[in-house]
Design a protein around this ligand. Structure first.
Ligand SMILES: [Zn+2]
Length: 1025
C-alpha cells in the first residue's frame, strides 16, 4: 500500500520514455560494457562471509550512508496484479512494473557502481519469463555481481496480522524456489524486507530465522515505540521470536528503517515526485548543488545519531518508483560524487550505493552486543487515535475463502504426492496444483488477505483463488480414481455453507468420498443438503451407519447428517441411498441425545421438536462431554459445563456493534479498511434477546438463535464433541441510518483474569496480552477499545489459572478482552468513510447490497493445565478439515484386473498427536517436499507428555511411496540445512551457541517442541497392483 502522506509530485505527462535505448529498441540487448566487469575487481573485498562477497567498500573512520535504491511493488492494491504489471489504468495510480524492471536493468548497465534491490517474485518471475535469453544472461551477471540484489524473495511481501503460518511458509517457498532455480546461490536473499506490513508478528520473525535469513528490515511500528527506540538507541535489536525454540534458532537481527521506506524529504527523484533535481552547473540560475549537499550532510548526521554504528541507511525509492530509473540514478550519481567530494574539505560522511544485505554485513562486523526483544509489534498506530486494528477483520468473506483455500491446497498437494504422476495426467485431463499455489501466495500480500485493497481488486483476488481451484479439482479426480481404483463422475459442492449441492439434492443415490488430510484418523460429521426423503447411509465395509435429516431454520432445506470415520491421510467412501416408499412421518421428539442410535430418522420428527420461545423453560443442549444452558427468557447462552472435568462457568454470549467513528474533536480519524475507531467505548446490543428454536436429534443438538433480520446463530453439539460450536450469520449490515457498524461476538464470564488474555501468532505460538499495556514502553493509551485489539488467527483465550475459556476461529479476526473475564471477536464490519490511508474507498462490501457472512467459533472450557491439548488438536482439525467429494457411483474400474477400494490411508501408522504433517507436496518428477511439525509449545501440556520431544521413523511411514533418499533443508527448502549458515549476533542476554546438525537418520527424526523440520525426499511410488 501507500507510504506516508508526503504529497506526490505531478503525474508524468505523456511523451516520457525513449530515454533508454536498450529497452525501447525491442531488440536483444547490446553486449555489456566492459566496465561492468571491472567493477567486481574495483570493489574486491577482503574477507567476506558467504553471500556478502560483492558488497561495496566502506570507510571505517567515517559515517557511511548506504543508499538503497528500491521500489515497493504491491501485488494488488488500488489496481489488480495484472493492471500493476502491465501499467493499465494509470488514472487510478500511475504504476507499471514491467517498465520499472526494464528501466532499472538499463540503468544498472549504464553505470557499474549502481545497485538496486528487488523484492516481489510474483512480478519479477513474470517479467523474467518474458525476456530474451540475452537479457536473461545480462540479468544473471548483474545478480552475480551483487548489483541487482533480491531482498525477502517471497512471491509477495506478506501481511503479518491476517496470515496463517502455513500459508506464509508456502508463499516464501514459492518465491525463493524461483530465485534458487533461476540464479542459484547468487540470487538467494540474505535479508528479509517487510517495509510496508502494518505491524509485525513474532511468528513471522521466527519463520524468517528458520528460513536462514541473516536480518530483517521493516518500516512501520507504533509511533510511541519508535520515539522510545530512537532515544534508547534500540532501532536495531535481536528479536528472540520463539519461547520454545532454543536460541539462536528463532533469533533474528531486526532493524527499523529510519524513514519507513521512503527517501528523505526533498530527495525524491522519481517521476512520481516533485523534488528538484540536483543542478550542479554553477552558471545556472537554478544551481542548488551546494544547498542540497549541505542539507544531505546534516540529514545524515541527524539520522546517524539514532543508530549505534557508523553506518546508516537511506531508502531511495517508494511505491512503484523507478519506472524512469534514469531520473533516480542520475541524481544519486551526482549526490554521491558531490557529497564525497566534501571529504577533501574535512567532511566525515561517506555515501555509497549499497543494499540492505551490505548494510547488515557492516553492522555484523561491528561486533556489538545487542538488546533482545521478545514480544511483537502489534498493534500498530501511526498517531494518537490511529490504530490499524480494523484490518484484522476487514473483508471477512475473503479471509474465510483464503483459509478454506489453504485447506484445499494442502489436500491437493497431498493427493498429488500420494498418487504420483497419475494425479497430473489421468482420466479427467491435466491436473495441476501450481495455479492454486500461486493464487494462495498472491492472497498473502499485505493488501490482499488483509482486506485493504479496493473492491475491484478484492474481487480479482477471489477470482484468482477460484481459477486455482479448478485444476486442483481435476487433480483430485485423477488421484482419487487412481487410489480408489474407480473412475467416477466426481462432483464438488462449493456452496455447502449455504446448503446448496445439486448432486446430493437431486440424486436417489450417491457416494460421499471423505478425504482426511491429517496424520491421524478423524471422525467427522458430514452434512449435506438433500431432498425430502429418508436415506440409508453405508460405510466403506457396507455396514449401515446412523444418519439423520434435519431442517435448516431459515431456508427449510433438509440436511443429511452422518458421522464419517476416515483414516489418516486417506479417504473413506460412504454410499447414500434414498429409502423407497418411506415417506416422512411424525415421531415424538427425542428429549436428549441417546447413545443407542437407529439408522432411520424421519425429517418431520425434527420439526415437531422445534419450538418457539418461550414454550419451554429448559433450554439446554448436552452431550457426554459438554452442556450449554440458555436463559429461557432471553435465549442467550448463559452457562457452559465441561462434564468430563466437572467444570462449570457462567458464560453469557451476545452480539454487539460499535458505531464507527467518522472523526471527532480529538481527531479527524475515521474508522476504515485499515483503522478501527469506535465513536464510543461501549458497543450497542444488536438485540438483548434472541428468538430461539431447539433441535434435538440423535446426531445433533442445536439452539437456533435469531437476534435480528441480519444476525442469527446456531449453537451446536454433536455426539463426542468436546467443544461448543457457534455458527454465526451476520449481514448484510444495514447502514441506511448513516452509521458504519463493526459487529462483535462477546463472551462474558466470571473468570478473574487480571487484565490478561492470550492470542496466537499466525496460528502458532501464543502471546500474552495485557490490557492498556506494552511490554517495552509505557503506553499512552488514546483508544481504549481499538488500542487493545490484537490479531487472532486461530485462537484467543482467558484463564484464571484454574479454568480456561478458549475460542477458536475459522479465519483471522480482531479480538480483545476489554474487561476481566471477557473475550470479544470482531466478525464483520461495514463502513461509510475512508480512513485516509490511500485505499480511497469506504469498506462497504458492496455499495448497494452489503455482504452476508457466515462463520464459526468453537468454544472450549478446560482446566488450564490441560487446555492446550484441546485447543491444539481441535485447531488442527479446523485448519485441515476433511474434503468432501461426491460421485453418482457406478463408475468404471481404473484397472480392469484390480477391484476398487473404499478406504485408503497414505500412512502405515498414525502420527503421534503432537506431530502435524505441515507439508506433503510434489517438488519434482520423483521428489516430494515434506514438513513435519511439533505442534505443542514447551511446557504447554502440563499433565501429559505432548510437550516432550517426539521421534519418528520415516523409512516406511508412507504407504503410497517409498523414500529412497532424504535431505534436510531450511524452512523454505532453498538450501540444505547442513550447508546453511547464518551471521552470528551477540545478544545482551549472553552469547548463544551455534546449533549443531547431527547426521540425518530417517529412522530417527526427532522434533523438539514447536520445531518444524523440512525435507526433500526422493521417492518411488508403489506400482499399481
Ligand atoms: Zn505495500
Amino acid at each position: 500500500m501507500g507510504a506516508d502522506a508526503r504529497p506526490l509530485g505531478e503525474r508524468a505527462a505523456g511523451g516520457r520514455g525513449a530515454a533508454w535505448p536498450w529497452t525501447s529498441s525491442g531488440a536483444p540487448c547490446p553486449p555489456l560494457p566492459l566496465l561492468s566487469f571491472l567493477f567486481l575487481f574495483l570493489a574486491a573485498p577482503s574477507v567476506r562471509a558467504a553471500g556478502y562477497e560483492t558488497c561495496p567498500t566502506v570507510k571505517p573512520n567515517m559515517l557511511n550512508v548506504h543508499l538503497v535504491a528500491h521500489t515497493h511493488d504491491d501485488v494488488g492494491w488500488l489496481k489488480t496484479v495484472d493492471q500493476y504489471f502491465y501499467g493499465i489504468h494509470n488514472r487510478i495510480q500511475h504504476a507499471g512494473v514491467q517498465y520499472i524492471l526494464d528501466s532499472v536493468i538499463a540503468s544498472l548497465l549504464a553505470e557499474p557502481t549502481r545497485r538496486f534491490v528487488y523484492v516481489e517474485m510474483a512480478f519479477f518471475s513474470r517479467w523474467w519469463h518474458q525476456q530474451t535469453n540475452a537479457t536473461q544472461d545480462v540479468v544473471r551477471d548483474l545478480v552475480r555481481q551483487g548489483r541487482l540484489e533480491f531482498a525477502n524473495g517471497g512471491w509477495v511481501m506478506n501481511d503479518e496480522a491476517a496470515t496463517h503460518y502455513g500459508a506464509i511458509i508456502d508463499q516464501m517457498t514459492l518465491g525463493l524456489r524461483f530465485l534458487e532455480d533461476t540464479f542459484g546461490n547468487d540470487g538467494r536473499p540474505r535479508v528479509a524486507w517487510h517495509i510496508d506490513p502494518f505491524g509485525h508478528s513474532r511468528e513471522q520473525a521466527s519463520l524468517f530465522a528458520q528460513m536462514g535469513f541473516d536480518g530483517f528490515f521493516f518500516g512501520r511500528l507504533d509511533y510511541q515505540d519508535k520515539l522510545v527506540r530512537k532515544m534508547n538507541l534500540e532501532m536495531e535489536q535481536v528479536w528472540r521470536a520463539s519461547a520454545s525454540l532454543k536460541p539462536p534458532t528463532a533469533d533474528l537481527f531486526t532493524s527499523v528503517l529510519p524513514n519507513m521506506y521512503n527517501p528523505p524529504e526533498n530527495l525524491c527523484w522519481d517521476v512520481l515526485c516533485a523534488d528538484k533535481p540536483i543542478v550542479d552547473d554553477r552558471r545556472s540560475p537554478e544551481y542548488n548543488a551546494k544547498e542540497l549537499v549541505d542539507y544531505f550532510l546534516k540529514l545524515a548526521k541527524d539520522q546517524g545519531q539514532f543508530y549505534r554504528t557508523n553506518h546508516t541507511v537511506m531508502t531511495m525509492g517508494s511505491d512503484f518508483q523507478y519506472e524512469n530509473a534514469n531520473m533516480w540514478f542520475k541524481n544519486l550519481d551526482k549526490l554521491i560524487q558531490l557529497v564525497n567530494a566534501q571529504q577533501a574539505n574535512g567532511s566525515r560522511v561517506n555515501v555509497l550505493y549499497s543494499t540492505p544485505a551490505c548494510y547488515l554485513w557492516e553492522l555484523n562486523k561491528a561486533k556489538l552486543t545487542w538488546s533482545v526483544k521478545q514480544d511483537d509489534f502489534f498493534p500498530y498506530a501511526d498517531g494518537p487515535h490511529m490504530f490499524w486494528t480494523g484490518y484484522f477483520t476487514s473483508r471477512p468473506a475473503l479471509k474465510r475463502y483464503e483459509r478454506l483455500s489453504y485447506n484445499f491446497l494442502q489436500v491437493c498437494n497431498q493427493l498429488e504426492a500420494l498418487a504420483g504422476p497419475a494425479a497430473n495426467m489421468g482420466p479427467y485431463g491435466a491436473g495441476d496444483s501450481a495455479p492454486l499455489n500461486e493464487a494462495m501466495a498472491v492472497l498473502q500480500h499485505h493488501d490482499a488477505v488483509s482486506g485493504t485493497s479496493k473492491q475491484h481488486v478484492a474481487d480479482d483476488y477471489a477470482r484468482q483463488l477460484a481459477a486455482g481451484w479448478k485444476p486442483c479439482e481435476v487433480l483430485l479426480g485423477n488421484a482419487l480414481a487412481r487410489l480408489s481404483g474407480s473412475k467416477e463422475v466426481f462432483s464438488f459442492c462449493h456452496n455447502l455453507n449455504t446448503s446448496l449441492c445439486p448432486l446430493s439434492q437431486t440424486s436417489k443415490s450417491f457416494q460421499v468420498i471423505v478425504y482426511n488430510p491429517l496424520g491421524r484418523k478423524v471422525n467427522w460429521m458430514v452434512r449435506l443438503p438433500v431432498s425430502k426423503h429418508v436415506f440409508l447411509v453405508k460405510d466403506p465395509s457396507g455396514a449401515v451407519v446412523p444418519s439423520d435429516v434435519v431442517t435448516m431454520p431459515s431456508s427449510n432445506v433438509q440436511e443429511l447428517l452422518f458421522s464419517a470415520s476416515v483414516p489418516a491421510l486417506g479417504f473413506s467412501i460412504y454410499s447414500v441411498t434414498q429409502v423407497p416408499d418411506w415417506s416422512p412421518r411424525a415421531r415424538p421428539p427425542e428429549p436428549r441425545f441417546r447413545k443407542s442410535l437407529s439408522w432411520i430418522k424421519s425429517s418431520s420428527h425434527v420439526k415437531s421438536s422445534l419450538h418457539v420461545k418461550p414454550s419451554s423453560r429448559d433450554l439446554t443442549i448436552q452431550n457426554e462431554y459438554i452442556s450449554a444452558r440458555f436463559d429461557p427468557d432471553t435465549g442467550l447462552l448463559v452457562e457452559m459445563k465441561n462434564l468430563e472435568q466437572d467444570l462449570l462457568l457462567p458464560v453469557r454470549q451476545a452480539f454487539y456493534w460499535y458505531n464507527a467513528s467518522t472523526g471527532n474533536k480529538l481527531s479527524s480519524q475515521a474508522s476504515g479498511a485499515y483503522i478501527f475507531r469506535p465513536n464510543r467505548q461501549e458497543p450497542l446490543f444488536i438485540s438483548r434477546w434472541a428468538q430461539t428454536r431447539l433441535v434435538k436429534t440423535a446426531l445433533v443438538q442445536e439452539v437456533h438463535q435469531n437476534f435480528s433480520a441480519w444476525c442469527s446463530q446456531v449453537v451446536r453439539l454433536y455426539p463426542g464433541q468436546r467443544h461448543l460450536e457457534l455458527e454465526w450469520t451476520v449481514g448484510p449490515i444495514p447502514v441506511g441510518d448513516g452509521w458504519g457498524k463493526e459487529v462483535i461476538s462477546r463472551f462474558d464470564t466470571t473468570l478473574k483474569t487480571k487484565g490478561l488474555f492470550f492470542t496466537d501468532s499466525n496460528g502458532r505460538e501464543i502471546l500474552e496480552r495485557r490490557r492498556d499495556y506494552r511490554p517495552t514502553w509505557k503506553l499512552n493509551q488514546t483508544e481504549p477499545v481499538a488500542g487493545n485489539y490484537y490479531p487472532v488467527n486461530s485462537r484467543i483465550y482467558i484463564t484464571d489459572g484454574n479454568m480456561q475459556l478458549t475460542v477458536l476461529t475459522d479465519r483471522s479476526q480482531g479480538g480483545s478482552s476489554l474487561s476481566d473475564g471477557s473475550i470479544e471477536l470482531m466478525v464483520h464490519r461495514r463502513l461509510l468513510r475512508d480512513d485516509d490511508r490511500g485505499v480511497g474507498e469506504p469498506l462497504l462490501e458492496t455499495e448497494n447490497t452489503g455482504l452476508w457472512v457466515r462463520g464459526r467459533h468453537l468454544v472450549l472450557l478446560d482446566k488450564a493445565r490441560t487446555a492446550a491439548v484441546g485447543h491444539r488438536l481441535q485447531a488442527e482439525k479446523e485448519l485441515l478439515a476433511p474434503q468432501l467429494v461426491l460421485a453418482r457411483g457406478g463408475g468404471t474400474p481404473y484397472h480392469l484386473e484390480v477391484s476398487p477400494r473404499k478406504q485408503f490411508s497414505g500412512l502405515r501408522r498414525e502420527l503421534p498427536p503432537n506431530v502435524h504433517l505441515l507439508t506433503l507436496a510434489r517438488w519434482g518428477p520423483e521428489m516430494l517436499l515434506l514438513r513435519l511439525e511439533h505442534q505443542f509449545a514447551l511446557g504447554e501440556d502440563m499433565v501429559g507428555n505432548l510437550s516432550s520431544p517426539v521421534t519418528l521413523d520415516l523409512r516406511d511411514l508412507f504407504s503410497a511411496f517409498t523414500i529412497t533418499d532424504l535431505k534436510e533443508t531450511t524452512l523454505a527448502a532453498n538450501q540444505l540445512r547442513a550447508r546453511a549458515s547464518r551471521l552470528q549476533w551477540t545478544p545482551n542476554t549472553g552469547p548463544t551457541r551455534k546449533p549443531s546438525h547431527p547426521r540425518l537418520d530417517p529412522a530417527s527424526i526427532t522434533l523438539q517442541p514447536m520445531e518444524i523440520r523440512t525435507f526433500l525426499a526422493s521417492v518411488q511410488w508403489e506400482e499399481e497392483s
